[in-house]
Design a protein around this ligand. Structure first.
Ligand SMILES: [Zn+2]
Length: 53
């Protein structure tokens, strides 16, 4: 049971909608994290896709 709480807290922290790149809060951050594994907002994901480092 305690493990479940830890996991839930970790997921909640991951789903704070804060982009790792520009630090802006955007709903698309969680969407992109689930879909692509990148914790990025819409605009950062677009720029990374167009200009991958
Ligand atoms: Zn961003």
């Amino acid at each position: 049971m305690t493990d479940d709480v830890d996991v839930n807290n970790k997921i909640e922290k991951e789903l704070d909608n804060i982009c790792e790149d520009c630090k802006n809060i955007d709903e698309s951050v969680t969407e992109n994290l689930i879909l692509s594994g990148y914790k990025l907002c819409k605009s950062c994901k677009t720029s990374k896709t167009l200009f991958p480092i």
